[in-house]
Write a protein that binds this ligand. Sequence first.
Ligand code: 13P
Length: 250
Amino acid sequence: MRQKLVAGNWKMHGSRTFTRSLLAELAAAFPDGAPCDIAVCPPYPYLPEAVGCAAGSPILVGAQDISAEDEGAFTGEVSGGMLADLGCRFAIVGHSERRSLHGESDELVARKFGAAQRHGLVPILCVGESLEEREAERTEAVVGRQLKAVLDSAGIEAFSHAVIAYEPIWAIGTGRTASPEQAQAVHAFIRGLLRSENATISDFVKVLYGGSVKAANAADIFAMPDVDGGLVGGASLESAGFAGICRAAG
Ligand code: 13P
């Protein structure tokens, strides 16, 4: 039985005050321990604040991105070593907003995945298709290609220290979530692809669903056998709603 994980991706939202209050409210929501693994991924400047506020609580902290490089003349980039030094435990790689707005290729995402692991961070590898790709029945081709790029570069063993997040682009921030059955079908496809390389690792790896997850729809999605929690955007910015999603994963 895989322990579920609910991770909040704040995207470019927040402030120091917001970080302090959200973390305090979340910690207070689970006085008797967390119902599942919980992580928050604030913007880079608020990571130290988040790590400090989460100390002593069950909440872990992750970054929304990571450089593929370890050090050097890469203005504006933040390395895995820096994130680990701050106390981060996760790094999101290959979010669709990075792929589409910043032109990140499968190859770059695979290098970021490797960079996270080099520094002891657990990469949360995002994969997912656009609406156009789904309608052209290319979901498995796209998700398979994104996953294979990382498998080819990192190897199957790397997935024993990684999380995958299936985030259909058409469900992100749209209020239109994948149905539990649609999510399950892609999650089963992802796990099957890994199983062909190593059954033990494929049974172990967490596959999260992301895209308009809310407290009201989380339980139905999380009840699917291959859904191991959620990567939550908008609904992670409000403590009661996010806590409700975490409870749905309990
Ligand atoms: P929403 O939950 O706002 O749809 O965002 C999902 C997402 O992109 C999380 O990484």
